[in-house]
Design a protein around this ligand. Structure first.
Ligand code: THU
Length: 138
């Protein structure tokens, strides 16, 4: 038996991230991204990148997933799985690392490609010395 607490959810996370990736709106970059969050209580909530003719107004899949999860009442997460059609697994961009870190850096980050590639990190390693709610006291 695996000691990895995320392992039983990988199938559901992957399916949700793939479905979201296929719904991505990315007519400019043509880089479709799906991200699925695993909430602390075992729910899976996905998002995709949504680009815009005004390029900076576009958003990443990971931030779309965070927005959907928070709107659904979830603020504690165990993992995020990112799905792309890239040649190699893609980690979250810097802005998404920051947004994910708001809710905890002890987050498993899994990236998968449609060609079968996979990479894994812990958010704390992707964003060392983060600025978090604990940094902000007034
Ligand atoms: N993108 C994401 O959705 N997540 C990332 O972490 C990196 C980049 C999107 C943004 C844009 O729509 C496209 O990928 C190309 O940068």
């Amino acid at each position: 038996m695996s000691l990895d607490p995320v392992a039983p959810f990988l199938g559901a996370l992957h399916a949700a991230a793939l479905e979201a990736m296929r719904n991505a709106y990315a007519p400019y970059s043509k880089f479709h991204v799906g991200a699925a969050l695993l909430t602390e209580d075992g729910k899976v909530i996905a998002g995709c990148n949504v680009e815009n003719a005004s390029y900076p107004a576009g958003t990443c899949a990971e931030r779309a997933a965070i927005g959907a999860a928070v709107a659904a009442g979830h603020q504690r997460f165990r993992a995020v799985l990112i799905s792309t059609e890239a040649d190699t697994p893609t980690p979250p961009c810097g802005v998404c690392r920051q947004v994910l870190a708001e809710f905890g850096t002890d987050l498993a980050v899994i990236a998968r490609t449609t060609n079968g590639g996979e990479a894994r990190w812990v958010l704390a390693d992707l964003l060392p010395d983060p600025f978090t709610p604990a940094s902000f006291r007034h």
